[in-house]
Write a protein that binds this ligand. Structure first.
Ligand code: NAG
Ligand code: NAG
Length: 201
């Protein structure tokens, strides 16, 4: 059995295990902020068990991963689904990560109020809303972008943002004929640079 077949099966198992969508995922998402003011560099976000794929024999795609926003803080689960017409990965709009039983109110270590979005390079509007370097900017019409935001709460709060570009070679089409589908073949565990920004708007 090939690794990708195993990944594919794992993916289906993951889906089956997802069950009810956590209430927080239905909550209203914050408006994207095109002009954040960078306050400073913070610890890298740690990503674990990252998977992205178009599901075999289906028009669905999914992204599944865990994120720890600060060394020593817990991991929270992020999962989102998209739709594809040709078994390639698809973009997934802003989606809340699962709200854990985190009672940690510390803005540095809390795993609450985290959302992500996934943008395929082909969907990037290079002439779209301008952004601050390394947080809101999407320059490439290849590969894919993962954006993760830990939303501050209340007036005058900050938020932590991270955006990562995956290169085209980190995706491949596997499976023959009917089973053909696109999968992410890169590292499952990695870190991404995060910045703390002013939470305006
Ligand atoms: C990735 O990280 C998770 C969580 O820390 C760990 O359980 C898993 O063994 C790691 N996998 C690899 C390939 O390092
Ligand atoms: C969260 O806490 C509640 C109340 O203590 C408990 O019933 C529930 O099982 C917990 N959920 C998780 C995912 O730990």
């Amino acid at each position: 059995m090939s690794l990708h077949r195993i990944l594919s099966l794992t993916g289906l198992a993951t889906l089956a295990g997802v069950g009810a969508i956590p209430a927080s995922m239905n909550a209203e998402l914050p408006a994207p902020n095109p002009w954040p003011e960078v306050i400073g560099s913070i610890a890298d976000f740690e990503i674990a068990k990252f998977e992205a794929q178009a599901i075999t024999l289906s028009d669905r795609t999914y992204i599944n991963f865990y994120i720890s926003p600060y060394p020593g803080s817990g991991f929270t689960h992020c999962f989102g689904m998209g739709t594809t017409s040709d078994h390639t990965l698809s973009s997934i709009p802003q989606t809340w990560c699962k709200s854990s039983n985190d009672t940690d109110e510390n803005a540095w270590t809390s795993t609450k109020n985290i959302w992500f979005s996934w943008t395929m390079g082909k969907d990037v509007d290079i002439n779209g809303a301008p952004g601050t370097d390394s947080i809101d900017s999407m320059y490439y019409k290849t590969g894919a972008y993962l954006k993760i935001v830990r939303q501050g709460s209340g007036e005058g709060q900050t938020r932590d943002e991270s955006i990562h570009h995956f290169l085209p070679y980190e995706f491949e089409t596997v499976g023959d004929e009917m089973l053909e589908h696109q999968v992410y073949n890169g590292e499952q565990n990695f870190t991404i640079k995060a910045l703390r920004v002013e939470a305006r708007g």
